[in-house]
Design a protein around this ligand. Sequence first.
Ligand code: RAM
Length: 340
Amino acid sequence: MKFNTRRVSALVALTLAASAALTACGSDDGEGGGGDSASTITFLPKNLGNPYFDASSTGGERAVGEFDGTFEEVGPTTATPDAQVPFINTAAQQGVGALVVSANDPTALGSALEEARDAGVKVVTFDSDVDPEYRDIFVNQASAEGIAETQVDLIAEQIGEEGQVAILSAAANATNQNAWIELMESYAAETYPNIEIVETVYGDDDDQTSFDKTAALLQSNPELKGIISPTTVGIAAAARYLSTSQYKGQVALTGLGTPNQMREFIEDGTVTSFALWNPEDLGYLAAHAAHALVEGDITGEEGDTFTAGDLGEYTVGADGEVLLGDPTVFTSENIGDFDF
Ligand code: RAM
């Protein structure tokens, strides 16, 4: 069962953290595929216990059920590249069919992924990429430009296009957040000359760290008008801090959040709008891409096409990238329509 899979994985992560032992850390849900390694699709998110990745794994598991493989989710409790490496090594030793990874760093996982690929494991990144040479396909949630511009437009609208803005990010080396931050800075400078991005801080996709960094940001920047948090963990922690503080309604907050985590803060007026794609669809698409690679239907070349179950047909683009679609903006008007 899904629940057991994740519990076992978390336990293994703790064991690994405690002993640094390369224990065989696999667990599978026993659904379909008979449990042989080659039919196993192993999801390795940035961290466990993050509702965003719970949703992407739910989508992945659904896809794997459709093609009768074995779904497995493993991962660390802290969002660091070092903590991800042992899981890659173990998957390579087990000879799983494919690894589906959201990377905490663009290069630090490189040699482990190279070894896994040498051992015949297909490597799909999703959500947060590694350098293209280390994987077969990257399943991107939306264009980096679109994600960056959406968040800057939302904060601009909320603060009347002027004032100081800060960014509360995830891990300092996260490939996805760093790409978006760079694009947010250049887009804001070009489009909103009266907005100044004064500081970026890192909450490491950890709830308490993100909460504390929000408090510190507000204290050290008394003129702050808004915060952009391009991480579901960060925006939820920042909203929780703002909601009971003197800054509620004074300092705007937007970024990337899950509707289920943000609902109460939309309802109590702490937040007016934020964005995200559907992480369940992202995991579903990534698992289908992994299966197409394992089956030899595609190699990750530009122009390759494959069918991702009920999401339909996708084409591999330049640099082995597959694009899910556009982000959705959530407000009090539509948040009730979503449940993830
Ligand atoms: C967090 C993670 C993930 C990112 C989302 C928006 O859950 O940092 O990588 O895509 O936020």
